[in-house]
Design a protein around this ligand. Structure first.
Ligand SMILES: O=C(O)c1cc(C(=O)O)c2c(n1)C(=O)C(=O)c1cc(C(=O)O)[nH]c1-2
Ligand SMILES: [Ca+2]
Length: 708
């Protein structure tokens, strides 16, 4: 039998069956281009909602559904999976891995899941608590489950691992990475036998802290090449160094290599992490390894000395492009750092690169090596100054997929600008259990609440589609969006681009010039990438709807600059003859409840510090919610000390993802947060009322909040 299995051949020949969507990026090249053209520029204006399937988690939905012979398989928040009839949305089966609710705060960025893999009759999903599970595609019954995190992985709770990326499958091996670098993590990927779930090999992306063998595929290259790029006495020894592989991880059948897209440093702070010394391999890199053994072949490091959370985990796409008169098989890559790279897919040689958006941390790239030419001001951990960085830690491009059309020769990148103030944590590196541990001043990273500061910052928040010519390395045109954090992009043979937006609209654009050809009000921000498929000769376009991910969590109220939206989670499918209607939904959230009038002014500063340390990354900067998780200013629990302590200290809501914090804070610290929340509620109450009054579509009825 063919070692690569039938599914491997089917993925390689995906264009013979364009009705299906077999793997995360549709093909191994991850171009997210479908040749289907029944829906095209002429008729897309008539696109209609065909069906919706409502989800049971009102959190961010980032999944790419797969479509195999008329069945849609979709993963949703909390690592759940469901199979639907792709033409009607009718549920065939659903699977809940029962991830414990109290681990939501073990990952940085919402309990999302980006997708699943299919291989010879089985569906594979990674779960937020670190399992890899194989399901029977017909029944949804579990076939096997493997723990992807090694026994000693957590290093006495110093490190934290969560899985939210889509597995990929190469030659019968399921590849899976994880996240955790914001807490403490040593990145790695694992390859499991698709049939049995047995671990085949593991590759660590950063060295062993004692430079000892891990008995892993990475031993040689880490001990001989990578270790000497780290200071032996930096905080990485406990925190793991980072380099998590939380998103892109692809197999290329042309070169027969696996490309590992490696993340940021842990802690972020380079001075604390590595004493400000060395390039810290393989942070911010692409590493190529052999599929059978995981043996190292080459690497390309985009961001040496990372101190900005500039992961290179973003999508790896392969293309065959004309370069100086010859066709070359290349990787194109638009990581967080704002530069677009073209790399030889076989050798890892840097071919060319250019910035695809405004950035202020580097003057450009060395034309020979691709190494950034640093702006010394940006090296805040070395110069000790504050740095207003563009891009910030959410990058110029995040997990949202880009797409390529062979008809236009353009790469369509969902780009955003979200600046960030980087500043060293005072007094050296102090990790806190159950919180981000990046070595930065977390109060500083939040925004001052003066109207002037807010207005100035809002002007810098932007989002676009950049239509990028990968050969000329330049922007051909753009589509401006209202603000940052819009969904991934799909390109089709009908010369169309599909994209859901943070505003809560779903759009189709002309792939040749960006003209807006179709819009649908989905009533909730969309961050997931659309897919397209065919059932009985009819083309559908589908997308998971559901505002979330790290941006609305952490930026909170500021994220409404992209369009005021709340979370309604469902899968939507569109066709030219669709007849479905959305049920009435509250698009803007409820009117706030008037907060208690009194607070203890002596402890609010302390409360602000505790809030920004433990709460901000989920409930929003300055205690203003971003429309997904509860906005704590209007929570009933802040009205009474015991009620608040029951939730925050004792974990009354762990089942919903709210961990208990009596393990990391004392009762008076928790109470100081409550006092701070009451203060913020009073300060911002009128602004919230006015904002709703001044926006159109604001629900008139404060209790129901339904516009229709
Ligand atoms: O360093 C990491 O381990 C890690 C993990 C993840 C994740 O697992 O989702 C994200 C990030 N970093 C990250 O930097 C980031 O911007 C991000 C956005 C998202 C998201 O789903 O919205 N996840 C992550
Ligand atoms: Ca990160």
């Amino acid at each position: 039998a063919d070692v690569s299995g039938d599914t491997g051949q089917q993925i390689i020949h995906a264009d013979d069956h364009p009705e299906n969507w077999l793997t995360y990026g549709r093909t191994y090249s991850e171009q997210r281009y479908s040749p289907l053209d029944q829906i095209n520029r002429e008729n897309v204006g008539n696109l209609k909602l065909a069906w919706i399937n409502e989800l049971d988690t009102n959190r961010g939905q980032e999944g790419t559904p797969l479509i195999i012979d008329g069945v849609m398989y979709a993963s949703t928040n909390w690592s759940k999976v469901r199979a639907l009839k792709a033409d009607t949305g009718a549920l065939l089966w659903s699977f809940d891995p029962k991830v414990p609710g109290n681990i939501a705060d073990k990952g940085c960025c919402d309990t999302v899941n980006r997708g699943i893999a299919y291989w010879n009759g089985k569906i594979y999903v990674g779960t937020f608590d670190g399992r890899l599970i194989a399901l029977d595609a017909k029944t949804g019954k579990q076939v096997w489950s493997a723990n992807t995190i090694p026994q000693d992985g957590a290093l006495g709770k110093q490190r934290s691992y969560t899985v939210d990326g889509a597995p990929r499958i190469a030659k019968g091996r399921v590849l899976i990475g994880n996240g955790g670098s914001e807490f403490g993590a040593r990145g790695f990927i694992s390859a499991f036998d698709a049939e049995t779930g047995k671990l085949d090999w593991r590759f660590y992306t950063v060295p062993n802290n004692k430079n000892e063998p891990d008995h892993a595929a990475s031993d040689n290259v880490l001990m001989n090449k990578a270790y000497k790029t780290w200071s032996p006495t930096g905080a990485w020894i406990r925190q793991g160094g980072g380099g998590t592989v939380w998103d892109s991880l692809v197999y290329d059948p042309v070169t027969d290599l696996i490309y590992i897209a490696v993340g940021n440093g842990s802690p972020w702070n380079y001075k604390y992490r590595s004493d400000g010394k060395g390039d810290n391999l393989f942070l911010g890199s692409i590493v190529a390894v052999k599929p059978e053994t995981g043996e190292y072949v080459w690497h390309f490091q985009a961001t040496p000395m990372d101190q900005w959370d500039y992961t290179s985990v973003q999508q790896i796409m392969t293309l065959d492009l004309p370069i100086n008169g010859e066709t070359r098989h290349v990787i194109v890559h638009a990581p967080k750092n704002g530069f677009f790279y073209m790399i030889d897919a076989k050798t890892g040689q840097f071919i060319k690169g250019n910035n695809y958006t405004y950035e202020n941390w580097a003057y450009g790239l060395d034309p020979k090596t691709g190494r950034p030419i640093y702006n010394p001001e940006a090296l805040y951990t070395l110069n000790g100054k504050e740095w207003y960085g563009i891009p910030g830690p959410l990058g110029a491009h995040n997990f949202m997929s880009m797409a390529y059309s062979p008809k236009t020769g353009l790469v369509y990148i969902p780009v955003h600008q979200i600046p960030f103030v980087y500043k060293n944590q005072a007094g050296g590196f102090t990790p806190h259990p159950d919180s981000w541990n990046v070595g930065l001043d977390m109060v500083k990273t939040g925004l001052p609440d003066t109207p002037e500061a807010r207005t100035a910052y809002l002007k810098d928040l932007k989002g676009w589609i950049v239509a990028w010519d990968p050969v000329q390395m330049k922007t051909m045109w753009k589509v401006d969006h209202k603000g940052p954090w819009n969904g991934g992009i799909l390109a089709t043979g009908g010369d169309l681009l599909f994209q859901g937006l943070a505003t809560g609209e779903f759009h189709a654009y002309d792939a040749t010039n960006g003209n807006d050809l179709f819009r649908f009000n989905a009533q909730s921000g969309i961050i997931a990438p659309p897919v397209t498929y065919m059932v009985n000769g009819k083309q559908f376009v589908a997308v998971e709807v559901g505002w979330g991910g790290i941006y609305p969590f952490s930026a909170g109220g500021m994220s409404r600059a992209s369009g005021w939206t709340v979370n309604h989670s469902y899968i939507a499918a569109f066709s030219l003859d669709g007849k479905a209607k959305l049920p009435p939904m509250n698009a803007l959230g409820f009117l706030p409840v008037k907060p208690p009038a009194e607070y203890d002014a002596k402890v609010v500063d302390k409360g602000y510090f505790e809030y920004e340390t433990y709460c901000q990354v989920c409930h929003g900067d300055g205690a203003e919610g971003g429309g997904v998780l509860p906005d704590l200013r209007w929570s009933g629990a802040i009205r009474h000390q015991d009620a608040f302590y029951n939730v925050v200290g004792r974990g009354a809501l762990t089942a919903y993802g709210m961990d208990r914090f009596d393990t990391s804070m004392k009762p008076d610290e928790i109470e100081s947060i409550r006092q701070f929340l009451i203060k913020r509620a009073n300060e911002t109450y009128q602004r919230e009322i006015d904002a709703r009054r001044n926006a159109k579509d604001i629900p008139e009825n404060a209790t129901l909040g339904i516009t229709q």
